[in-house]
Design a protein around this ligand. Structure first.
Ligand code: COA
Length: 379
């Protein structure tokens, strides 16, 4: 009689090292994060999203010429094909933007000039197109659902400024553009997070970049992953005022509710990305005349640290930062995707460069040796 594999499952694959990678690493105990060996703090303080995306895809920071070439390739690819526009237009106006984005990414495979070609150079070109087009996809749906005409991307703008322009019709000032650009840098990659792992599992079957990014987008949407930023803002709106924050959190914890924007599978101390987002959220909140969200958040942070020993993660302050920038709540997770697509693509390229099918085993805990009986004889 065959027996099941006698191994215990690592629930949620916690602590399991699934593959080698030279893209990104999280030092969970120290609260450090590196992209290709560069500290996230240095990148947030000095880099741009375009430069960071190049770094993730290629392994090194670009020279001036390489950056110029990469940025102009991105600008040249920003427009989305009519087929993709039609898919977005056909979505109901009350659709979840993450569902629309996932579908648009998938549909863009129909018309990609390199469709069917999974060679490295073709995959790289597809990656550049996806990085360039996700902002346009998100903004196109957003404008259409508001009864507004989608805007054409503006070539003179950075990817961050262009996205803000595409959703609002207004070119952001330098402070907003910079803050948003830093947020994109901070979200660009995070080692084997759930969506990136999903992308690698898909890529490891030798499926293409579009398939992997479609699956990754679906994984990102969940509230335990990228969906948490929207949930944080909903919570702050429910709390309403700094005075009520402490009691609200105590009550939520007493009901064993999970507080969105806290906890992490890998970090055992503060997520280094949170410090940047905290600062920007405070500055932009006072600038917008809405300091109350930041004040609520500081109280929530204190209580969570005291009561649960938990630190906030990347999703805690990004939500309030986008809120005071006037961005609707359901675009926060699509914004995460607009940035993370650069990391997903880097991982797909790395997976394909040294591929092995990812196919683990299950610890079988089900029935054994049951006898089939005809339906007329069942219960
Ligand atoms: N609020 C309250 N308690 C939390 C918590 C939170 N946000 N995150 C973790 N905990 C508690 C759990 O209840 C659990 O306590 P217990 O051992 O007494 O049951 C313990 O901490 C471990 O949590 P667990 O959910 O098993 O950790 P994980 O590694 O599987 O999950 C997250 C990590 C990120 C999914 C989890 O912390 C979470 O759900 N956070 C909220 C969602 C979020 O912000 N996601 C974005 C991540 S970047």
């Amino acid at each position: 009689m065959p027996t099941a594999v006698e191994q215990t499952a690592a629930r949620g694959l916690e602590g399991v090292v699934a593959n080698e990678s030279s893209i990104c690493y999280v030092f969970g105990e120290e609260g450090r994060l590196i992209y290709r060996g560069y500290d996230i703090n240095d990148l947030a303080d000095h880099s741009t999203f375009e430069e960071t995306a190049y770094l993730l895809l290629n392994g090194d920071l670009p020279t001036r010429e390489q950056l110029k070439g990469f940025s102009s390739d991105l600008k040249a690819a920003q427009k989305i094909d009519r087929v993709v526009q039609r898919v977005i237009r056909d979505a109901p106006t009350n659709a979840n933007p993450m569902d629309v984005l996932r579908t648009a990414v998938s549909a863009s495979a129909f018309v990609d000039p390199d469709r069917g070609n999974n060679g490295r150079e073709a995959e790289y070109r597809k990656a550049v197109r996806l990085i360039a087009q996700l902002p346009t996809m998100v903004a196109t749906f957003h404008r259409l659902r508001n009864g507004e005409k989608p805007l054409a991307p503006r070539r003179g703008l950075s990817l961050a400024a262009n996205f803000l322009y595409l959703i609002s019709g207004k070119t952001p000032d330098d402070e907003l553009e910079h803050a948003f650009d830093v947020a994109l840098i901070l979200h660009a990659d995070h080692e084997l997070n759930a969506s990136t792992f999903a992308a690698r599992v898909i890529a490891a079957t030798l499926a293409d970049v579009h398939g992997a990014v479609t699956g990754a987008t679906a994984a990102l949407a969940g509230p335990l992953h990228g969906g948490a930023n929207t949930e944080v803002m909903k919570m702050l709106l429910e709390i309403q005022s700094p005075e009520g924050a402490e009691a609200w959190i105590h009550n939520a914890l007493a009901q064993k509710r999970k507080i969105m924007g806290f906890g992490h599978r890998v970090y055992r101390t503060e997520d280094p990305r949170a410090a940047h987002l905290r600062r920007m959220s405070e500055t932009l909140g006072s600038r917008a005349g809405q300091p109350q969200w930041f004040a609520i958040q500081r109280t929530v942070e204190d209580v969570m640290r005291r009561e649960k020993g938990l630190y906030c993660n990347v999703d805690f302050y990004s939500g309030s930062m986008y809120y005071v920038m006037g961005i609707p709540l359901d675009l926060y997770t699509p914004i995460f995707a607009v940035s993370r697509v650069s990391g997903w693509c880097a991982h797909v390229l790395e997976q394909h460069a040294d591929n092995r099918l990812i196919r683990p085993r299950a610890e079988y805990v089900g029935h054994m040796n049951r006898r089939w009986v005809p339906v007329r004889k069942r219960g």
